[in-house]
Design a protein around this ligand. Structure first.
Ligand code: ATP
Length: 423
C-alpha cells in the first residue's frame, strides 16, 4: 500500500474520517469526521484561533452566515470569475483541470477537447413558492467579512491596521475532487483579512510578515520544515485582483500541494462593495488594502496526519504534536480483572478529565496492545495503574515518541501534563 492508502485506511479504521453517507455508496467530494477526526480538526481550529485572536491585540473574530444575499457574489466577481478551465477527454469523457494534465488523457490516452470554463459556485434554491429564490453556498468565507467591514469598525474598537479572523465552511462545485480530503466539495477555511493603509511599502511589509507568521505556525505545531515551501505566484497565475500571492505548499505523497494562500488583495473587495474607512484621529477617508491568509482546515489536517505518520516495524505511530492530538492521555489499569486497579485507574481518569483535557480510558487486551492502539491515534502519554500504585501512590507515565517510562506521583499528574502541554 502507498502512504495515501495507508492513511486513508487508518482514518477509517480508527474513526478519523469516513466517506460521507457511506452506507449509500458515499458521495463524491464529501467526507464525515469521526470521533477522533472531529477532535483533531477542532484542535487545529482552536490553535489557529488562539494564535490569531487571543494572542494578538489587533485581530477580532467573526462568523458570517453561509448563505448570503446573491448580490454579494455578483459584486465580488464570483459569478463571473470563479471558474476553472477544464478539458474533457473525447474518448472516456473524464474531465480534468487544464493545469493538472498534459496533452493526453491520463486515464485512457485519449485526445482532449478545447478548455471550457465551469463556475464553482453551488446554487441553492430558497423559499416554498415558485419561482424560488436563487442564492449560493459561499465559495469562500472571505466575503462575509468584507461585507461586514463597517459593522465591525463601528461596533468595536479596531483601528487600522487590524484584522478580522474567521473559520467556517465553504463549498465549491469541484469537477475533479480527489486525493482523499485534499480537494473536496465541502470544506472548512480559516482565514484572516488584515486591513492596512493603501500604501505600497506598508502593505508589502505586512504581506511578508504574514507569510513568515503562517509558516512558523505550522512548524510550531510539528510539521517538518523541509516539507514546507513557498510558491510565489507569477503574473499570469494570480487571481485577477491580487497584487501579490504566495502559497504555502506541503510535499504530499501526490506532490507539492497548496494548503494555504497568502494574498495581497489590494482594495478590490471593499471597493466593489462600496465600503471605506474613516481614520478616527485625522478624519481621513480611504479604502484600506487587504492582506489575506487563507488556509484549509481539512487540507491542514490531512497534511498534519501525513507528516505525523511513522512506521516502526509493526508499530504505527502518529507523532502528532500534543496540542493537536485527539486524546492527550490514555489511562489504563494494568489488569482489567483486578477491581482495586480498575477503581484507582477510573479515579485518575476522572480527575484528569476535570481539567478539561480530552482523556481516554482503556482496559481491553494487554498493556502492549493498548500502547500500540494509542500510538496509532497519536496519544502522547499513557498512564498505567499497577499494584505498586496502591502502595506508593505513583503511576507509570509512558511517552509515545521515546517509549520512555517514568514513575510520577498521582497528585502531580495534572500539573505534569499541563506543563508538558504548555511547552
Ligand atoms: P486550488 O488551486 O488547490 O483549487 P485555490 O487556490 O482555489 O486552491 P483558495 O481559493 O486560495 O484555493 O482557498 C484557500 C484555501 O482553501 C486553500 O489553500 C485550501 O487549503 C482550501 N481549499 C480550497 N479549495 C479546496 C477544496 N476543494 N477542498 C479542500 N480545501 C480547499
Amino acid at each position: 500500500m502507498d502512504t495515501m492508502e495507508k492513511i486513508t485506511a487508518l482514518c477509517k479504521r480508527r474513526g478519523f474520517i469516513f466517506p460521507s453517507s457511506e452506507i449509500y455508496g458515499g458521495f463524491q467530494g464529501f467526507w464525515d469526521y469521526g470521533p477522533l477526526g472531529v477532535e483533531l480538526k477542532n484542535n487545529i481550529k482552536c490553535q489557529w484561533w488562539k494564535s490569531m485572536v487571543y494572542e494578538r491585540e489587533d485581530v477580532v473574530g467573526f462568523d458570517a452566515a453561509v448563505i448570503m444575499n446573491p448580490t454579494v457574489w455578483e459584486k465580488s466577481g464570483h459569478l463571473k470569475a470563479f471558474t476553472d478551465p477544464l478539458v474533457e477527454c473525447k474518448k472516456c469523457n473524464y474531465r480534468f483541470k487544464v493545469d493538472s494534465v498534459g496533452d493526453k488523457c491520463p486515464e485512457c490516452g485519449g485526445e482532449f477537447t478545447e478548455p471550457k470554463t465551469f463556475n464553482l459556485m453551488t446554487e441553492v434554491l430558497l423559499g416554498t413558492t415558485e419561482p424560488k429564490e436563487k442564492s449560493y453556498l459561499r465559495g469562500e468565507i472571505t466575503q462575509g467579512v468584507f461585507v461586514n467591514f463597517e459593522n465591525v469598525v463601528n461596533s468595536s474598537r479596531v483601528k487600522i491596521p487590524f484584522g478580522i479572523a474567521q473559520v467556517g465552511k465553504a463549498f465549491r462545485n469541484e469537477i475533479t475532487p480527489g486525493n482523499f480530503t485534499f480537494r473536496s466539495r465541502e470544506f472548512e477555511q480559516m482565514e484572516l483579512e488584515y486591513f492596512v493603509r493603501p500604501d505600497e511599502k506598508e502593505s508589502k511589509d505586512m504581506f511578508e510578515y504574514w507569510k513568515e507568521e503562517r509558516i512558523k505556525w505550522y512548524v510550531s505545531l510539528g510539521i517538518k520544515k523541509d516539507k514546507l515551501r513557498f510558491h510565489e505566484h507569477a503574473e499570469g497565475e494570480r487571481a485577477h485582483y491580487a497584487k501579490y500571492a504566495t502559497d504555502i505548499e506541503y510535499e504530499a505523497p501526490f506532490g507539492w500541494s497548496e494548503f494555504e494562500g497568502i494574498h495581497h488583495r489590494g482594495d478590490y473587495d471593499l471597493r466593489n462593495h462600496g465600503l471605506s474607512y474613516k481614520d478616527p484621529q485625522t478624519g481621513e477617508e480611504f479604502t484600506p488594502w487587504v492582506i489575506e491568509t487563507s488556509g484549509g482546515v481539512d487540507r491542514a489536517m490531512l497534511f498534519f496526519l501525513i507528516d505525523a505518520y511513522f512506521e516502526d516495524g509493526e508499530r504505527i505511530v502518529l507523532k502528532l504534536n500534543s496540542k493537536i492530538a485527539p486524546y492527550k492521555v490514555a489511562v489504563f489499569p494494568l489488569l482489567a480483572n483486578k477491581p482495586d486497579l480498575v477503581e484507582k485507574a477510573r479515579d485518575i481518569y476522572h480527575s484528569l478529565k476535570e481539567t478539561g483535557l480530552s482523556i481516554t480510558f482503556d482496559s481491553r487486551g494487554n498493556i502492549g496492545k493498548r500502547y500500540f492502539a494509542q500510538d496509532e491515534i497519536g496519544t502522547p502519554w499513557c498512564v498505567t495503574v499497577d499494584f505498586e500504585t496502591l502502595e506508593d501512590k505513583k503511576v507509570t507515565v509512558r511517552d509515545r515518541d521515546t517509549a520512555k517510562q517514568e514513575r510520577i506521583e498521582v497528585d502531580k499528574l495534572v500539573s505534569y501534563f499541563q506543563n508538558e502541554l504548555a511547552k
